[in-house]
Write a protein that binds this ligand. Structure first.
Ligand code: ADP
Ligand code: SF4
Length: 685
C-alpha cells in the first residue's frame, strides 16, 4: 500500500483536454534511438509507462527537413511517413496506461542539415553551432510564415500519431524559437526583433497555432528554459525569464520549465550533487500561472516530491535521468518499495550515448536500451532453467550485478571478494572529489543481495585457482577487475616511459586509497583521456591546497579529459583544474624521466622539453586481472571472465557485463541471435 505521505503524488492532474493519472512526468529526453531505431524507442518508452509514469515523452522531434540533426538519432516528424513509427510508441504507451507526449522541435542554427543539405535556418545570419559546414541564413518574413505552417502541420501529424500532449519547445539553446528569444542571437530589426514582446512573438504564434490546430484533442505544452545560467550575459529567471512567463502565463496548457543549455539542465553530480537544483530558477513559475507546471532536478526522493507538490512549487514531478536509472520509480513509491529505487548517480553515460549516436546506456540500469533488441526488462528476469551453483569471484560492479541477477533467477550464488568491503573500483572511485554519488551503484545492489536467501557474500576472501576448483561450483564467473599500469604505456605510446623508476610513482589506486604525494612537483599524466585523470588531478589539487606543491596535468590530447565532452562536463573539468592552479600541458607525451624532471614530447613537432617532476601519477591503461581465468580455462571448470577483467571500460560496461552473464547463463543462443536488429526498409516513396 502507498504510504499516506505519498498519496498526493498519485492524484490525477488535468492538462488542457487530457488528464494524467498521476504526477510522475517523464519529460522529453534524447536516447540515441529516435527515427533510426523506432522499435527500440517504442519498447523503451513502453517500459517507462509500465513503471507507472503518468506521462511518457519522446525526445525532440524534428518537424521539417530544414531541421536535420544527422548524424544524431533524434525523433522525426517531417511528413506523414513518420507517423507509423511514432504510432508504435503511442500505442504501447497508451496500452500501459500513460499519456504520450511529443516534443516538436525546429533546431534553427543548431541543425547543420548534414543529411538534407538544406541551407540551415537562423534567427539572423550566423554560424551553426553543430556540424560546422554552412552558416545559417537569417529567416525572412516569408520563411517565418512557412515555418509556422510546418509547425502546425507537424502538430496535426502528432495528433494523428496518437500523442496526447504536443510541445512547443524553446530550450537547451537548441531551437529556433529560443534563438528568437535571446537578444544575444536575435539581431532582427523587424517585429520579431528588439523588444522582448517582439522576440517572444514567434513563440506566442506557435502556441496559438498549435492550440488552434489540435487544442481540442491534445494539450499544448510549452518547454521553456527560464535561465541560461550565464548571469547577466544571458537570459535570467528573475529578469526576462520571468517576464516571458508573465506574458504567456495562461496560453499553454502546461509549463515545462528548466534551465539552459543542456550541460546546465543535465548537470552531473560531480558538479551539482543537489536534488532539486533547478528549483531556485524555476519555482517562481507557479506563482505566475494557473496552468500546471512541471520541472526537473534529478528527483528521486518521494519526501521531496510530495513536499514540492504540497507547497505548491510544482504540479508534476519531471524526470529524465531518474526515469532512465529506474523506469519503475513511480510504482516503487506506490507499492512502498522505496528502498528498491535505483537512484540515478548523475554520471551522464546516458547523455554520452546520445552524443555518440548509439542507443541509450545507463550505469545504474543495464537493461536501458536493450528492451527491444534483447527483450530485457528492468524488473523481470527469466527463472533458472535447471538448479546450479555459481561462484562469483570479485564483488565490483560486474560481480555484484551478476550475482544479484543470478540470485533473482534462483541459482545458489556465492560471491567471494578479496577486499574488506564489496564494491571494487566503485568504492575506490567514489572516494574521489565529486564522485560520492557513484557509490549508489554498489549500495542498491548490496542492499538487494541481502534480501535474498540464496546468495552468500564473503569479504576478505581472496581465492586462488586451487580454492576455486575445490569449491566445486557448477559455474564460475570471474569478475576480478583490473589494475592501472604504472609504466606509462597507454593510448599514444606502446613503450614504457624511460627512467620512470627514478620518480616517485603513485598509481591511480594509490590516490583513491587516500595517498597524496609527500613532495612535488607532481605530474598527472593522462594518456587514458576518458575521465579519471581529470578527477584525480582535481582531487589531489583540493587535498593539497594550501601547500606550495606545483601540480601539472600533461596529456597528448588537445584538452583535459576529451571524452567528457560526451558527458557535458569537459568545460567544467578544465575550469576546475585551472581555478585550482593546476598547470595544463596539452599535446604532450611523457617520454622519459630523470628523477627530478620528465621529458615531454610535442605530439605535432616531436620537440622535447622538460618539466620539473618528483611524483608522477600515470593514468594510461589498465591490466586486466585475468590470471585466474588463464589458470582455470583449460581445465574442467566451467568458467567465464567478465567486466574489467575481460576488457577494462566504464562502470556502465562492467554492470552491463555482469547483467549479460547472468541473463545468458544456461540460455546459450546461436551466434548472431544475441539481439535483434532494426533493418532499413527497402520500401521506396
Ligand atoms: P569490475 O568493474 O569488472 O566489477 P572491479 O575492479 O571493480 O571490476 O572489481 C573487481 C573486484 O574483484 C575487486 O573488488 C577485487 O578485490 C576483487 N578480486 C580480484 N581478484 C580476486 C580474487 N582472486 N578473489 C576474490 N576477489 C578478487
Ligand atoms: Fe543517471 Fe548515469 Fe543512468 Fe544517466 S547513465 S540515468 S546519469 S545513472
Amino acid at each position: 500500500m502507498t504510504d499516506d505521505r505519498y498519496n498526493i503524488l498519485f492524484e490525477p492532474v488535468r492538462i488542457g483536454p487530457v488528464t494524467t493519472k498521476n504526477r510522475f512526468y517523464q519529460v522529453p529526453h534524447c536516447c540515441g534511438m529516435g527515427h533510426l531505431r523506432p522499435q527500440a524507442h517504442a519498447a523503451m518508452r513502453e517500459v517507462k509507462a509500465q513503471g507507472g509514469w503518468g506521462v511518457v515523452s519522446t525526445e525532440e522531434a524534428e518537424i521539417h527537413p530544414s531541421s536535420d540533426l544527422s548524424p544524431y538519432a533524434e525523433q522525426r516528424i517531417w511528413d506523414e511517413k513518420d507517423i507509423p513509427a511514432l504510432r508504435l510508441m503511442t500505442d504501447k504507451v497508451h496500452n500501459a496506461g500513460a499519456l504520450a507526449a511529443i516534443e516538436l522541435a525546429h533546431n534553427g542554427s543548431h541543425a547543420a542539415n548534414l543529411y538534407t543539405r538544406i541551407a540551415p535556418l537562423g534567427v539572423s545570419d550566423m554560424a551553426t553551432d553543430i556540424g560546422f559546414t554552412k552558416q545559417a541564413r537569417g529567416v525572412n518574413k516569408k520563411d517565418i510564415k512557412q515555418f509556422r505552417q510546418w509547425h502546425r502541420a507537424a502538430a496535426l501529424r502528432a495528433c494523428e500519431a496518437g500523442f496526447d500532449i504536443v510541445y512547443v519547445y524553446a530550450g537547451h539553446g537548441m531551437t529556433l524559437t529560443q534563438q528568437f528569444l535571446l537578444p544575444e542571437l536575435n539581431q532582427r530589426t523587424d517585429e520579431y526583433g528588439g523588444s522582448l514582446e517582439n522576440r517572444v512573438r514567434l513563440i506566442r504564434e506557435l502556441i496559438e497555432d498549435t492550440k488552434d490546430a489540435i487544442g481540442d484533442r491534445c494539450a499544448v505544452a510549452f518547454r521553456f528554459a527560464v535561465d541560461e545560467i550565464k548571469g547577466s550575459d544571458g537570459l535570467q529567471a528573475q529578469e526576462e525569464g520571468r517576464a516571458v512567463v508573465e506574458m504567456l502565463a495562461e496560453l499553454p496548457d502546461l509549463w515545462d520549465v528548466n534551465v539552459s543549455d543542456w550541460s546546465n539542465d543535465s548537470m552531473t553530480t560531480r558538479f551539482q550533487p543537489d536534488e532539486g537544483y533547478q528549483l531556485p530558477y524555476t519555482e517562481f513559475v507557479k506563482s505566475v500561472t494557473t496552468k500546471p507546471v512541471v520541472s526537473v532536478g534529478k528527483f528521486t526522493s518521494p519526501d521531496l516530491m510530495a513536499s514540492l507538490i504540497k507547497k505548491g512549487v510544482l504540479d508534476l514531478i519531471g524526470a529524465a535521468r531518474p526515469s532512465i536509472a529506474d523506469p519503475f520509480l513511480p510504482n516503487k513509491i506506490k507499492e512502498n518499495r522505496i528502498e528498491e529505487i535505483r537512484e540515478c548517480i548523475g554520471c551522464n553515460i546516458c547523455v554520452a550515448s546520445d552524443n555518440l549516436g548509439v542507443s541509450i546506456r545507463c550505469t545504474q540500469n543495464p537493461t536501458m536500451g536493450e528492451e527491444w533488441r534483447r527483450g530485457w526488462h528492468p524488473e523481470i528476469i527469466p527463472l533458472k532453467r535447471a538448479p546450479a551453483s555459481v561462484l562469483v569471484v570479485g564483488a565490483g560492479p560486474a560481480g555484484l550485478e551478476c550475482a544479484l541477477q543470478l540470485a533473482k533467477r534462483g541459482y545458489e550464488v556465492t560471491v567471494s571478494e578479496a577486499g574488506s568491503e564489496p564494491g571494487g573500483r566503485v568504492v575506490a572511485e567514489s572516494a574521489l572529489k565529486g564522485l560520492a554519488a557513484w557509490k549508489r551503484v554498489i549500495d542498491i545492489r548490496v542492499h538487494q543481495l541481502k534480501q535474498l536467501a540464496n546468495v552468500s557474500l564473503y569479504t576478505d576472501s581472496k581465492l586462488n585457482s586451487a580454492e576455486i576448483r575445490e569449491f566445486a561450483a557448477n559455474h564460475v564467473v570471474l569478475a576480478t577487475g583490473s589494475q592501472w599500469r604504472t609504466d606509462g604505456v597507454g593510448r599514444s605510446s606502446r613503450e614504457p616511459v624511460k627512467g620512470i623508476a627514478s620518480l616517485n610513482v603513485l598509481s591511480p589506486e594509490d590516490i583513491m586509497q587516500g595517498k597524496l604525494p609527500e613532495h612535488g612537483p607532481l605530474v598527472v599524466y593522462d594518456d587514458d583521456q576518458v575521465y579519471l585523470a581529470g578527477v584525480l588531478a582535481d582531487h589531489v589539487a583540493a587535498g593539497m591546497s594550501g601547500t606550495t606543491v606545483d601540480i601539472h596535468f600533461v596529456t597528448p590530447a588537445s584538452m583535459v579529459s576529451p571524452w567528457t565532452e560526451h558527458t557535458l562536463e569537459q568545460q567544467r573539468i578544465q575550469k576546475s583544474l585551472l581555478d585550482a592552479g593546476v598547470s595544463i600541458h596539452t599535446n604532450q607525451r611523457v617520454v622519459a624521466a630523470t628523477g627530478s624532471e620528465v621529458t615531454l614530447c610535442c605530439t605535432y613537432t616531436g620537440n622535447l622539453t622538460s618539466l620539473p617532476c618528483s611524483t608522477l601519477v600515470p593514468v594510461t591503461e589498465r591490466i586486466p586481472e585475468s590470471e585466474l581465468y588463464d589458470e582455470l580455462v583449460s581445465g574442467d571448470v566451467s568458467v567465464e571472465l567478465i567486466g574489467d577483467a575481460l576488457a577494462p571500460g566504464l562502470i556502465a560496461d562492467a554492470v552491463f557485463a555482469g547483467h549479460l552473464a547472468a541473463r545468458e547463463f544456461q540460455q546459450e543462443k546461436a551466434d548472431g541471435a544475441e539481439y535483434r536488429r532494426e533493418m532499413p526498409s527497402l520500401a521506396q516513396d
